[in-house]
Design a protein around this ligand. Structure first.
Ligand code: ADP
Ligand code: ZN
Ligand code: ZN
Length: 728
């Protein structure tokens, strides 16, 4: 018998679908979940021990030794490793990339965690022996010294209250020393402001979720905008804080909803932390450490917050659970909602998904009995829901894209001192420039798309690949100089509104107007001021903001979305319309919504208008059932991209042929993607559908093992997107 080698399996942050096994030298000791430094090609990498005593994939001679063990205690607790393994399996994604998405960058650098723990300052023995006279020439040193005679001070306190140079001098004189502190679990000190008296619906919802404490149970909270969902979230939290548990609140986008954030941090005397992509590496690690130590009571974050190593998670809340930005759209394409449900199952805690316009996925889960549905039927303030009216644009002469009736009603509200919101989901001045002589249109040279004319920056911008170029003087077809904008974007509508209503201030909210740091907050502040105002914007307007003085919403143009090939388009349009409409009348005045359209007879518009989102969603779900589409079927999408269109088609054809061995998985494609070319590359896709998830996933595993052996796989860029949402 050979002596058994001690090989360990290490998860490394590299995008490869394979195992990495290393030899553990006898003098090193390590446990699962700890970081190790290992050789990788010519580099060294920091990885996480995933399994001990494995039978290595390669021969003993090929096995390289672990160079160093970084942690004594695991940085990744067992539960989190389970979640990440599950995610890698479910999305058929390399574990290394899953790790990269989940771990703060600083953890991947391999410095010991102790280096990042907060520091504090205290007096040395000679510091204690000193007296006030020793500092007669420096009042600032005296002040700091005196403070330290009563207690040690943490770094943040010293930085904010005392002089930095005084500290430096005291350290240099060895009167003061720094030391590392532990992070202690939080200590809940009760509510910082009184909670509202709940309505009957709200109270029922709070009781239902409270009763599920300590066990895994998913809930869907459906309630129109303003029905008091946020108040429900807030009131679920105190009883968990009493128990010392932690709460994770996931939001689709944090920057866009500062008001929600503020409500959480104002309510509790306990630490509320934020997590989002604009944090610095240091801030991220700090949040990670505070989640792990239990010093964070509530974490409000975007997608990847679901990978934080909470010490004791008691509840997960996902607001706007229908929002597409909960799904990562590149690299590791996970859905934060779906992984959060898995996390709740592992943690054995309840999870509450909230929305005014729930996804069909969640509604289906309610229908199937997997989720418990809770409903808030009316607005909490007793306000009526806004009234929705279709404005038929056929045979009307429009002024700047607005019907006479719309303009007249806008006028009326503005005269009353109210605010009017206009929704137009197209930024820039115009979707293209066109030649007046031959009809030529400005197109992106690298995408199958037109380039948007941005008047302010005098550029043509492709919204798909980001390419910009100067506005041409001449037509690219006939050389004519008569070029004119076609169609209308927010920049143009803003210009026109100031012609129509010269006295009224206009606030424009879109990606261009909010690009500058701090711009978004100052625009939101404008909107919070009473007095007549026109607010104009893209789908940014649909996200959970509170616009207290808006009484009229005009939906300028959504017709483009009515006849989309994407089977999810009606659902998304229904959600968008309902969300935008929900912005009206949230203050004291009843609101109204005008929906301008060339197709007032369109079934979707009629359904939303007459029956509301809930009824619309029910019929949309029925349709998905009849047409065998998600969520009633499981789906996965293969994408291929290359400069040569044929290669993509060929590669997907190979995948399709392989998949034919499983006749219970239906195929659609290979077909050109709706956006056929982007950034110079052609784009193809292959859809796979199955009634049973295991069947589909087994096939995916098999085909992925094959794919890595095909020479063609190296000539194109391909991806697998499980539960794909974006079919563009
Ligand atoms: P949602 O999150 O569903 O949009 P919110 O929780 O933001 O709703 O509530 C909408 C408004 O109604 C807020 O101004 C909130 O303070 C108020 N509100 C919520 N619940 C109550 C209640 N029980 N009593 C009185 N006002 C309430
Ligand atoms: Zn021309
Ligand atoms: Zn482009």
């Amino acid at each position: 018998m050979e002596a058994a080698v001690t090989a360990i399996r290490v998860a490394l942050p590299v995008p490869l679908r394979q195992h990495f096994d290393y030899l553990l030298p006898p003098e090193l000791e390590v446990s699962i979940g700890c970081r190790v430094r290992v050789p990788f090609g010519k580099r060294e990498l920091v990885g996480i021990v995933w399994q001990l005593a494995v039978k290595p994939d390669v021969s003993e001679q090929q096995l390289k030794p672990v160079l160093a063990v970084i942690d004594q205690t695991p940085v990744l607790p067992a539960l989190l490793r389970q979640l990440l393994s599950f995610a890698a399996d479910y999305y058929h994604h390399p574990l290394g990339e899953v790790l990269t998405a989940a771990l703060p960058a600083l953890l991947r650098e391999g410095r010991p965690l102790a280096d990042y723990l907060p520091r504090a300052y205290r007096l040395t023995d000679s510091g204690k022996a000193a007296n006030l006279q020793s500092f007669s020439r420096s009042a600032k040193q005296a002040e700091l010294w005196q403070a330290l005679t009563t207690q040690a001070l943490d770094e943040a306190t010293v930085k904010s209250h005392y002089s930095g140079s005084a500290l430096k001098q005291l350290l240099a004189k060895e009167l003061v020393e720094s030391f590392q502190t532990e992070i202690a679990p939080y200590h809940y000190q009760g509510l910082a402001e009184p909670a509202l008296q709940l309505t009957a619906d709200q109270a029922l919802a709070v009781t239902a979720v409270n009763q599920a404490q300590g066990s895994f149970r998913p809930f869907l909270l459906e309630g129109v905008t303003g029905s008091g969902k946020t108040e429900v979230y807030l009131q679920l939290i105190p009883s968990l804080l009493e128990l010392g548990q932690q709460i994770l609140v996931l939001l689709p986008e944090i920057g866009l909803t500062p008001q929600t954030l503020e409500r959480f941090s104002k309510r509790f005397r306990a630490p509320v932390l934020v997590w989002h992509s604009n944090l610095s590496d240091g801030e991220r690690l700090n949040c990670w450490l505070q989640a792990a130590s239990g010093s964070a009571a509530v974490v409000i974050g975007t997608r990847s917050a679901l990978f934080l190593p909470f010490r004791k998670l008691g509840l997960i809340i996902i607001d706007e659970e229908h929002d597409l930005s909960l799904k990562q759209q590149d690299g590791f394409r996970y859905h934060a909602r779906d992984l959060a449900i898995k996390r709740a199952a592992l943690e054995r805690c309840p999870i509450l998904l909230g929305s005014a316009t729930p996804s069909l996925e969640s509604l289906y889960n309610c229908q199937q009995g997997r989720f418990t549905k809770l409903t808030l039927t009316a607005r909490a303030s007793g306000q009526a829901m806004p009234q929705l009216e279709l404005v038929d644009l056929k045979q009307q002469v429009l002024q700047y894209g607005l019907a006479a009736q719309s303009i007249q009603q806008m006028q009326q509200q503005l005269k009353l001192g109210k605010q009017v919101m206009l929704f137009l989901n197209r930024r820039g001045f115009a979707p293209a420039l066109s030649c007046q002589d031959c009809g030529w249109l400005t197109e992106c040279q690298r995408c199958s798309a037109f380039t948007t004319y941005h008047k302010h920056s005098r550029q043509l911008v492709c919204h798909h690949c980001g390419a910009t170029r100067a506005v041409p003087r001449q037509c690219g077809g006939c050389g004519s100089t008569r070029l004119a904008p076609v169609g209308q974007g927010t920049e143009q509508l803003e210009e026109h509104l100031s012609v129509l209503f010269p006295e009224v201030p206009v606030t424009r909210l879109d990606r261009d107007s909010t690009r500058r740091k701090g711009a978004f907050a100052s625009l939101l502040a404008e909107i919070q001021q009473p007095g007549p105002r026109l607010i104009l914007g893209t789908q940014m307007l649909a996200k959970g903001h509170h616009f207290p003085f808006v009484t009229l919403v005009v939906i300028v143009d959504v017709d483009g979305a009515l006849y989309s090939a994407d089977f999810r388009a009606p659902e998304q349009l229904g959600q968008l319309l309902t969300q935008v409409a929900g912005r009206a009348g949230r203050g004291h005045d009843k609101g109204k919504v005008l929906l301008q359209t060339q197709h007032p007879e369109h079934a979707l518009l009629q359904d939303i208008m007459l029956n509301g989102y809930a009824a619309f969603a029910r019929s949309a779900l029925l349709e998905r059932q009849q047409t065998l589409l998600p969520p009633c079927q499981y789906m996965a999408l293969f994408r291929a991209e290359a400069h040569q269109s044929e290669l993509c088609q060929q590669w997907l054809q190979q995948v399709a042929s392989y998949c034919q061995q499983q006749p219970q998985v239906q195929q659609l494609g290979p077909l050109l993607s709706p956006l056929e070319r982007r950034a110079g590359k052609y784009r193809w896709q292959l859809h796979l559908y199955a009634a049973q998830r295991p069947l589909l996933h087994q096939l995916l595993s098999q085909v992925l093992a094959e794919v890595s052996q095909w020479p063609l796989s190296r000539k194109i860029k391909w991806q697998l997107d499980v539960d794909a949402l974006d079919l563009s």
